[in-house]
Write a protein that binds this ligand. Structure first.
Ligand code: UTP
Length: 480
């Protein structure tokens, strides 16, 4: 037995030595049997063959932007409203088809919630962050209530797939259990984990979190494509007949889940992965840019878009590269299956971060400055692999409020302001008077529960249940 283990560990030592990572076993002699087994398991999960390439191309040197020599064109999109009569008919057909697909149970919700949410600085999974302006509902609760309201409206089951990471999986499951799955049937909520990637020091050596474990982080939202297949979520979808995933990020409470127009356009055009976009506010707005690179739909990060391209304008003054990515997609399950059938991988991106670890003597190090590299893959890097992909523009005030930071730009604060503003607009469109301050912002706090209205049209039939709103009021509209 002992001999067998020695043979095994000798083989691992040789593999590690071949990729310059022998130090992972530096403390082997000090570890007990359980710790040793755990460490061996973690090493097995590393993609050892690829590590030298990652070190060379991503850790030791920052890669050059990949777009330099390629044909580079702006992507086109469907506008917020149809531009022609023919397009109007197409939008109507799409809405009809989208509704049919939802009602037939062919569409599932898919949120990626495995991130570490470091910028928000919240203790626990970001989905548990209380965000709604009046009731302080958490992000998870808002999504759950939306899914419940959609299921009820279409008299169907809308399964919900939630991706976590090993760093927040148990906490996420506990939150759902302690909230009784927010009233959803727990058989229709599947919580599964994404993979991890090792963290590197600037010298290319993998960092150790402690003597028996490798410093790791979630492998990015792009890890979802593989995790869907590996976790059994994809098989579950096939069993249920789900053909489309409505994908979003856990930090956007304004997202319009199960948007019939978006689903319908994707299906009519035979797309495999589609996206919603906002029209950029300025040339270098910090969102990815939808481009056609060598004819393929691609998202280029704002930092990688050459200034001369970013600044380029059409004769009417609008930006040539005007479509910003907001991480809302429809993904066909067939596409996910196809990607997973053959040695598929998404490109990795590097992020320079502060990474707690132990030093070569085993002492803990809490870095005050960035000290290493995390690697991650991005979901939008699957777009060029799609044979067909469409983009639908949306009004950001209606559908996009990313809660990245605690205060300032893209923060919990700005998200709440947007939630109140959207509720005010919806109410006004239904003929309800909303008090406003001299600067035009609502002079009240408003919250509309998904069960009360999923879209502005729902309010029109309910105006008799909306009390007059006075300056300074806090109004919550709930119930069905
Ligand atoms: P972000 O890029 O905003 O990262 O993720 P984050 O980890 O949430 O926050 P910071 O950067 O540490 O402050 C966008 C979305 O992708 C998910 C997040 O949970 C969020 O919904 N995500 C990100 C994953 O599911 N897994 C990952 O590995 C990374």
């Amino acid at each position: 037995m002992e001999d067998n283990q020695n043979v095994k560990i000798d083989a691992i030592r040789r593999q590690l030595s071949a990729c310059g990572q022998s130090h992972l076993l530096s403390f082997w002699d000090q570890l007990g049997p359980a710790e040793r087994a755990g460490l061996v398991e973690q090493i097995r999960e590393l993609d050892l063959d690829r590590i030298p390439t990652w070190v060379e191309t991503l850790v030791l040197h920052a890669p050059k932007t990949p777009v330099g020599h390629k044909d580079f064109q702006p992507a086109s999109s469907y506008g917020i409203a149809p531009a022609t009569d023919a397009e109007r008919r197409k939008y109507e057909d799409a809405v009809k088809l989208g509704k049919e697909l939802i009602a037939a149970g062919k569409v599932a919700a898919f949120v990626v919630a495995g991130g570490q949410g470091t910028r928000l600085g919240f203790d626990g999974p970001k989905g548990n962050y209380p965000i709604s302006p009046v009731r302080n509902k958490t992000l998870f609760q808002i999504f759950a209530e939306t899914i419940k309201a959609v299921s009820r409206r279409y008299r169907t089951i809308c399964p919900w797939y939630i991706m976590t990471s090993p760093m927040n999986h148990e906490a996420t499951v506990r939150i759902f259990e302690s909230n009784d799955f927010y009233g959803l049937d727990r058989g229709n909520v599947l919580i599964f984990q994404q993979g991890t990637l090792p963290n590197f020091g600037f010298d290319g050596k993998i960092l150790m979190a402690d003597k028996a474990s490798i410093a790791r982080s979630p492998d990015g939202h792009g890890g979802s494509i593989r995790a869907l297949a590996r976790s059994g979520a994809l098989a579950d979808m096939k069993k249920r007949g789900v053909q489309y995933l409505s994908y979003w990020q856990v930090d956007n409470p304004l997202v319009k889940l199960f948007d019939p127009l978006f689903i319908g356009l994707h299906a009519i055009d035979g797309a495999q992965m589609s996206s919603k976009a906002v029209i950029k506010n300025n040339p270098k707005e910090k969102v990815g840019n939808f481009c056609l690179v060598d004819g393929k739909m691609t998202v280029i990060e704002y930092s990688d878009l050459d200034d001369s391209l970013a600044e380029r304008r059409n004769p009417d003054g609008s930006l040539v590269f005007r479509l910003g990515s907001i991480a809302i997609h429809i993904i066909s399950t067939d596409f996910i299956e196809k990607l997973n059938t053959k040695g598929f991988s998404l490109p990795l991106h590097r992020a320079v971060k502060k990474i707690p670890h132990i030093d070569s003597r085993g002492n803990p190090v809490e870095p005050a400055e960035p000290n290493g590299i995390k690697l991650e893959s991005f979901i939008f890097d699957a777009l060029p692999m799609a044979e067909r992909s469409i983009i639908l523009d949306i009004d950001r005030a209606e559908q996009f409020a990313p809660t990245k930071n605690a205060t300032g730009v893209d923060s919990a604060e700005s998200t709440r302001v947007m939630m109140v503003e959207r509720a005010a607009k919806w109410l006004e469109s239904a003929g309800v008077k909303v008090p406003r301050k001299p600067d035009g912002s609502p002079d009240c706090l408003l919250e509309i529960a998904p069960s009360f209205a999923l879209e502005p049209e729902d309010l029109r039939a309910k105006t008799d249940r909306i009390p007059p709103i006075q300056p300074g009021d806090r109004l919550y509209l709930g119930g069905t």
